[in-house]
Design a protein around this ligand. Structure first.
Ligand code: PXP
Length: 247
């Protein structure tokens, strides 16, 4: 059974598009509320809720994180950069899990994996701080041997394999090669004792291939579910993705 973590960032993106200046406001006219979306997603079978608090606060706000901490009944996975500010915040909020991601102010969404091999000490300190606080830390990395080995080497318990390159390659001659890269990466990470999650660009079509990648524990999916929910409603969108993940 592969678990589904619903990424709610794009709900907050939509809210910020209209209500950026209504700092801290919720309820009333301020919509859509990502916390409500998280509750509905859980009701439809989501196994966890993922939210990324970015340095520039472009979508999820600090207040959302605190409200999610109160309301999420399954598992809250906080995506964050490996910075002092975010580590301190995670230690206060104490979500069940964090996913450490690279952050680049100019990117629209997380574009590449974290360079664990090139920044071992910094990432190791972040993982150690989380582990000491009982927070499971995962590292969002490309399915490359050097990154997987480095993640295992610094004692990370979980990796989230970046499926973006595969998703971009869908429908092109590179699709099979990118899928194979994910398959080999998952096998390598599993053999090194890492729990294997995956995410980015997974949709209702490519899920048929992605779910066959071995050893998958959890998939984190946002954009496709939110897009589908515009037409079907969030509960139907979550139910359908779960059904396609585990037919
Ligand atoms: N996993 C991570 C680490 C992410 O940063 C994101 C969002 O970019 C996702 C999963 C979800 O990606 P998507 O919205 O394309 O499903």
């Amino acid at each position: 059974m592969i678990l589904l973590g619903v990424n709610i960032d794009h709900c907050a993106t939509l809210r910020q598009a209209r209500y950026r200046d209504a700092a801290g406001a919720e309820g009333g006219a301020v919509e859509p509320d990502p916390v409500l979306l998280a509750e509905r997603s859980e009701r439809a079978g989501a196994d966890g809720i993922t939210a990324h608090l970015r340095e520039d606060r472009r979508h999820i706000q600090d207040r959302d994180v605190w409200r999610l901490r109160e309301s999420v009944r399954t598992r809250l996975n906080l995506e964050m950069a490996c910075t002092r500010e975010m580590v301190d915040l995670a230690l206060k909020v104490k979500p069940q899990a964090v996913c450490i991601v690279p952050e680049n102010r100019t990117e629209v969404t997380t574009e590449g994996g974290l360079d664990v091999a090139g920044g071992r000490e910094k990432v190791a300190a972040c993982v150690a701080a989380m582990s000491a606080a009982g927070i499971e830390a995962s590292l969002f990395i490309d399915p490359d041997d050097a990154q997987i080995d480095a993640a295992a080497g610094i004692g990370a318990p979980v990796v989230e394999l970046h499926t973006g390159a595969y998703a971009h390659a869908c429908g092109t001659p590179r699709q099979a090669a990118e899928l194979r890269r994910l398959t080999l990466g998952a096998a390598r990470a599993h053999a090194l004792g890492l729990k294997v999650n995956a995410g980015h660009g997974i949709n209702y079509v490519n899920i048929a291939e992605v779910r066959a990648v071995p050893h998958l524990h959890e998939l984190n999916i946002g954009h496709s579910i939110l897009s589908r929910a515009l037409f079907t409603g969030i509960e139907e969108a979550v139910r359908e993705m779960r059904a396609r993940m585990n037919p």
